[in-house]
Design a protein around this ligand. Structure first.
Ligand code: GLC
Length: 575
């Protein structure tokens, strides 16, 4: 058997005095844990189901924490588990201080946070401040009380245009397709005002100009900080402030503008005042609690505004996630990202997959240039090879990295889910740009040869069906196989923890003069140097070996000081 893994030792159990959280915070704790953290995204619906209802839950996650500790991640980010009618898989929150019964209760959350801390894992929760559920008490009262109710000022209610108010107040479109406005009925049943929802109609946008909204979220932050969480991933962090007067956009291709152009509802400068307030609250708590922005902005430089020293700590790098498997494009986005973060002193972050995009093993299996919402499986073997190489590249870069559950198993997207099984609200709103997100949300396989593969009790179901081929991708099937993707991740995270030149940093040194399509960089520190080489071409290439192989995504042999790098392969080197 080919031995891809060398020199990799398993992560060691954390010393008691380095466990995170308020109780453990001490003067001895190293500052800036988040500057190089590997943060693992758990999608609660699809991680582990303790009670067999087909839906993952908090006790399930809790039971699998030792797996995450042994994998070697530093923190866990949980997608929303709050009380919610689940119109958008929990991103429609009805009560920000309660757990949805399908996931458990506050005691389960408390136990989960305590256990995680005991294992040396930090916990980041998802906060959804741009919109609530239409079943949130405030919104229900706003509807009930009718026009003029002060509760309506906490959302964006407006009379319609046209003779009888039959036209929406402006031309904004929902990210999920269709108009961003829905008309309400007055308490007497006659057609009334419209309300704004940038996402589904069940997700009314808050009006952040309203004091009660800002006060409420400061209180929600404290509630969860008091529960012991180590930080927040802030959903639609770029959306809370809308341009004054809610001006029309004009033109008809608004979805295509998203993330590329300045929009009157995204990335408005006013949003930063909110984060300056929040930062003060985070800093009041011991143990370096952090805020992470999910901010879609036109450029990485605009993203850097969210992580200025008095704002949030990290922001997702969606430009990196959106980059094809292409050497020149990757080199450029890496440079641009590091350059953008350096002046504000924030760590760059790297991410390849999450619950909103086609998994990278499937993106890279398809032709480049197709974006992040794919519906075709492509060439699976090619996709997996590239995904493994891409993951090692990502984990070698300076800063913090995000791993989405199941990517450590090399899971592909499930592109052939039956329509009846789908739950993504965008799927039902027609021309949405991302109606196929269920494909990356299929529950992950843990063990056994039949669905639900240890996701839940034997013989049980899972809310989205798992493919038959997933038996061989389970944690059990991959554990101990040195060629498996899971063992590659375990080794990578162990090496990353130990090698002095990996993790935090602000720069890489590119090695030039290599064949086209090969990326190579070094990271040098006084304690040791590291090199990473990536062959993104379809052919093997021979290049000088920069040192001793630490780890590789495919077998790479060094002979007489040169290495034959296979196609789509990354190698880590001790220099
Ligand atoms: C974010 C979430 C996505 C959700 C949307 C609306 O983009 O990641 O899943 O649908 O916000 O809350």
């Amino acid at each position: 058997m080919t031995q891809y893994l060398t020199d990799a030792s398993r992560p060691v159990a954390p010393a008691a005095d380095t466990a995170p959280g308020a109780a453990a915070a001490s003067a001895a704790e190293p500052r800036g844990w988040w500057r190089d953290a590997v943060i693992y995204q758990v999608y609660p619906r699809s991680f582990a189901d303790s009670d067999g209802d087909g839906m993952g839950d908090l006790p399930g996650i809790r039971s699998r924490l030792p797996y995450l500790r042994a994998l070697g991640v530093d923190a866990v980010w949980l997608s929303p588990f709050y009380a919610s009618p689940q119109a958008d898989a929990g991103y429609d929150v009805a009560d920000y201080r309660a757990i949805d019964p399908m996931f458990g209760d506050l005691h389960d959350a408390d136990a989960l946070i305590r256990d995680a801390h005991g294992l040396g894992l930090r916990v980041i929760v998802d906060l959804v401040p741009n919109h609530s559920s239409d079943q949130h008490e405030w919104f229900k009262r706003a509807l009930r009380e009718g026009p003029g109710s002060p509760l309506r000022e906490r959302y964006h209610f407006r009379p319609g245009k046209g003779e009888d108010g039959e036209l929406p107040p402006n031309d904004w479109e929902s990210i999920f397709g269709g108009p961003a406005w829905t008309r309400t009925n007055n308490p007497d049943g006659t057609p009334g005002e419209w309300y704004l929802h940038l996402f589904a109609p069940q997700q009314p946008d808050f009006n952040w100009e309203n004091r009660a909204v800002a006060d409420e979220f400061r209180s929600i932050l404290r509630f969860w900080l008091d529960m012991g969480v180590d930080g927040f991933r802030i959903d639609v962090a770029h959306g809370m402030v809308k341009a004054a007067g809610l001006p029309d956009i004009g033109g008809h291709d608004q979805l295509k503008l998203l993330g590329h152009d300045v929009m009157p509802f995204f990335d408005q400068d006013g949003v930063h005042a909110i984060y300056r307030e929040w930062r003060k609250i985070l800093d009041e708590y011991p143990g370096e609690r952090i805020g992470v922005a999910e901010a879609w902005t036109p450029t990485v430089a605009r993203t850097a505004n969210y992580v200025r020293p008095d704002e949030l700590h990290q922001a997702f790098n969606f430009q990196y996630l959106g980059t094809d498997w292409d050497a020149a494009a990757l080199r450029e986005v890496i440079d641009v990202s590091l350059d953008a973060m350096r002046p504000v002193g924030a760590p760059a972050t790297w991410v390849l997959s999450n619950h909103d995009v086609t998994r990278h093993a499937t993106r890279f299996a398809n032709d480049p240039g197709l974006g992040t919402q794919l519906r075709t499986p492509g060439d699976r073997a090619l996709g997996l090879r590239r995904a493994r190489a891409a993951s090692l590249l990502m984990l070698a870069l300076p800063g913090s990295a995000y791993v989405y559950q199941g990517e450590e198993l090399g899971l592909p997207d499930v592109t052939d889910l039956p329509d009846e099984a789908r739950q993504d609200p965008a799927f039902f709103r027609g021309a949405g740009q991302d109606g196929f997100r269920d494909g990356c949300r299929v529950p992950i396989p843990w063990s056994g040869t039949e669905a639900p593969y240890g996701f839940g009790p034997e013989g049980g179901a899972s809310w989205l069906p798992q493919p038959a081929e997933w038996a061989e991708l389970s944690v059990e099937a991959q554990t101990g196989d040195p060629n498996s993707t899971l063992e590659m991740y375990r080794s990578a995270l162990a090496v990353r923890r130990e090698h002095p030149a990996l993790g935090a940093g602000t720069a890489v040194t590119w090695v030039d003069g290599l064949p086209e399509g090969v990326l190579a960089f070094r990271r040098d520190t006084a304690e040791g140097s590291f090199a990473c080489t990536v062959n993104l071409t379809a052919e093997a290439v021979r290049i000088p070996a920069p040192g001793r192989v630490l780890l590789s995504s495919a077998p790479a042999e060094v002979v007489d000081g040169a290495v034959e790098l296979p196609s789509d392969c990354t190698v880590w080197w001790a220099v």
